[in-house]
Design a protein around this ligand. Sequence first.
Ligand code: NAP
Length: 80
Amino acid sequence: MTIADRTVLVTGANRGIGQALVEEALRRGAKRVYAGTRQPLAHSDGRVTPLTLDVTNAAQTLSGVEIVESLDILFFIAGL
Ligand SMILES: NC(=O)c1ccc[n+]([C@@H]2O[C@H](COP(=O)([O-])OP(=O)(O)OC[C@H]3O[C@@H](n4cnc5c(N)ncnc54)[C@H](OP(=O)(O)O)[C@@H]3O)[C@@H](O)[C@H]2O)c1
């Protein structure tokens, strides 16, 4: 899968597989990584845009749709 110059969104991005995917996407040259988490997240890489996103919360999901201008790859990792 080509990640370089792509825009990626990862749900469950604060730990486990989701966090690892954020780091791997950055390592592979992603242009923008939207990191969806239930709690606020800070990241040192300027390509990371934190999103408050509980995937069971319809309002937060709709808000995410408005914030994310375009998307190439979605990693839906949030462990429900
Ligand atoms: N690890 C494996 O070997 C493996 C293998 C096959 C399948 N899986 C599946 O892959 C998924 C992730 O695994 P993992 O090992 O990374 O799990 P994990 O370490 O338990 O992490 C789960 C992640 O999902 C987030 N999350 C849970 N409910 C959420 C919700 N409603 N909205 C947004 N985020 C939510 C958690 O956020 P909080 O920190 O806020 O709780 C956390 O970031 C799970 O469904 C697991 O069953 C894992």
